[in-house]
Write a protein that binds this ligand. Structure first.
Ligand code: AMP
Ligand code: GLY
Length: 433
């Protein structure tokens, strides 16, 4: 009998996971809660929201699910993995206590500081006046972050004290991020190039994935406000093998050991946001789930069956495992709704999907992953800020980029926006080489 898998979530990350899990010969049935129209090609979608913990657990018990794969951070920080373990169902994703690495930046910074793991100097505040005094004493540039979850939008990089004052007011006075801003982390500005290193972790052992690079800003040239991520690619030339080894030895393994030593062993995927400046390697952030969109290019490059890795993280048995990677590059361009990351309309008909799928299907080297979409009378319409993630493989990043944009250009809706320069750093490096 093959395995029954329940995937939780409905974004581009979950579409990539559903697509990848569906390729596993070990799996018989995939459910996805709540899923989206793209995921429906690989899984049976059930209308349970990702944060409806009790309903999800009841469903998993009823269906005799063998493995629950938890995509987004919200159910993890609410304790879905703990509830599933309590009823004897394997869950891919950290416990509630371990998910605080993402759910509370104050927790994460304090843990790293206690264990001398490299991260920017910081202080935590609950009082705006004390925060303002500290900010003025430090001077700009400076970075203000909500301690709680804010969909990737709670970190504000301030080039001037005036910007810092405005950010402080948004977080602590106007409370634009709600209770996520009850506590605020103020940290030193780090220079350099960002990269994402994700790793499978089983409580003790660590298997790094290939490097990836995200593009957080909404507009070309990394300008405009931060988003959840507008595009990503892998491998990331900035993250050399030597740097990956250092990141594992100096950052990820010490963190995993610290978590175990303090009584909350980490299991699942651990995503380290790194800042690289020459020889200097710093931890910008931790996420307790696959990055989105990084997940999309990473899974397109992963040749190994993912299911044994997901199961081994859940059961503490990663020893001796290794990932086989496609040597080609993969690149994802996010297509977003007009106005994102601010307010955006929903329900706009998405045109060109069939044509794009034809192009994608012809080669199997490109995929249109759905993020914020839904079906309206058999028509796929927009239903979120980040709507699609068009991902393609190529011999290098430049070729993957060209292929991805070929597909992107066939798809449109009213006010669609995307960056035109995803991968520019890696393409420049390829041209130099
Ligand atoms: P975070 O949510 O902590 O990853 O921050 C979101 C983004 O803000 C990061 O991807 C960086 O682009 C930027 N950022 C965060 N912290 C710093 C820092 N200390 N110095 C410079 N940029 C930062
Ligand atoms: N792409 C960044 C994130 O998933 O947080």
């Amino acid at each position: 009998m093959g395995m029954k898998v329940l995937l939780v979530g409905s974004g581009g990350r979950e579409h990539a996971l559903a697509w990848k899990i569906a390729q596993s010969p070990l799996v018989e049935t995939i459910w996805c809660a709540p899923g989206n129209p793209g995921i429906a090609a690989h899984a049976t979608c059930v209308n349970i929201q990702a944060d409806a913990l009790e309903t999800l657990v009841a469903f998993a018990v009823d269906q005799a699910i063998d493995l629950v794969v938890i995509g987004p951070e919200a159910p993890l920080t609410l304790g879905l993995a703990d509830l599933l373990h309590a009823v004897g169902i394997a869950a891919f994703g950290p416990s509630k206590a371990a998910a605080a690495l993402e759910g509370s930046k104050a927790f994460m910074k304090d843990l790293l500081a206690r264990h001398a793991i490299p991260t920017a100097a910081y202080r935590t505040f609950r009082d705006p006046e004390a925060a303002w005094a500290y900010i003025q004493a430090q001077g700009a540039p400076i970075v203000l972050k909500t301690s709680g979850l804010a969909a990737g939008k709670g970190a504000i990089v301030c080039q001037t004290l005036a910007e810092a004052k405005e950010a402080l007011e948004r977080i602590m006075i106007q409370r634009e991020f709600g209770s996520a801003g009850d506590e605020m982390v103020v940290e030193g500005f780090l220079r350099g190039e960002e990269a994402s290193l994700l790793a499978f972790v089983d409580g003790e052992r660590v298997i790094p994935l290939a490097g990836a690079q995200d593009h957080k800003a909404i507009r070309d040239g990394d300008t405009g406000p931060n988003t959840g991520g507008m595009g990503a690619y892998s491998p990331a030339p900035a993250l050399t093998d030597a740097l990956v080894n250092r990141a594992v030895e100096e950052i990820i393994l010490p963190t995993v050991r610290a978590m175990a030593a303090e009584g909350y062993p980490y299991r699942g995927i651990l995503y380290a946001g790194l800042m690289i400046d020459g020889d200097d390697l710093q931890t910008l952030e931790y996420n307790v789930r696959f990055g989105d969109p990084e997940c999309q290019p990473l899974l397109m490059r992963m040749r190994s069956d993912i299911v044994p890795f997901l199961m081994a993280c859940a059961t503490g048995s990663l020893a001796g495992m290794a990932i086989d990677w496609d040597p080609r590059a993969a690149l994802c361009v996010v297509m977003a709704a007009d106005g994102y990351p601010g307010h955006y309309p929903k329900g706009d008909a998405i045109l060109g999907l069939d044509q794009a799928a034809g192009l994608a299907g012809a080669s199997a080297d490109s995929m249109v992953f759905h993020a914020g979409t839904r079906l309206d009378n058999n028509q796929v319409v927009t239903a979120g800020g980040r709507v699609l993630g068009v991902t393609a493989l190529g011999q290098g990043v430049a070729e993957a980029q060209r292929r991805a944009y070929e597909v992107v250009r066939r798809i449109s809706w009213k006010g669609v926006q995307f960056r035109n320069d995803i991968g520019y750093r890696a393409v420049a490096r390829e041209q130099q080489a």
